[in-house]
Design a protein around this ligand. Sequence first.
Ligand code: ZN
Length: 87
Amino acid sequence: MICDLCRKLLAAEGIAPPHGALAADGRPKKLRPVMRRPVRVFRYGCIDCGANWMLDLDPLKPADSGWTWLGNARSILEPASALAETR
Ligand SMILES: [Zn+2]
């Protein structure tokens, strides 16, 4: 189940600050999406509902930055790891 704070973040447009129950998961990574400039990717986990979140920041194009809800998946790049993981 998704908690209220995560639900609000899900509805937020663009860059919103991480909500109170989000804990940073590791250090930000640089990611180079196809046909785009590199973006900085921050990962968070919700202490409340266990959802994983990804925040990508494009410093030059804030409109392209924003949150991605991953649910139980650790990363959109590693879908297999979500299946292998047991929580
Ligand atoms: Zn949550």
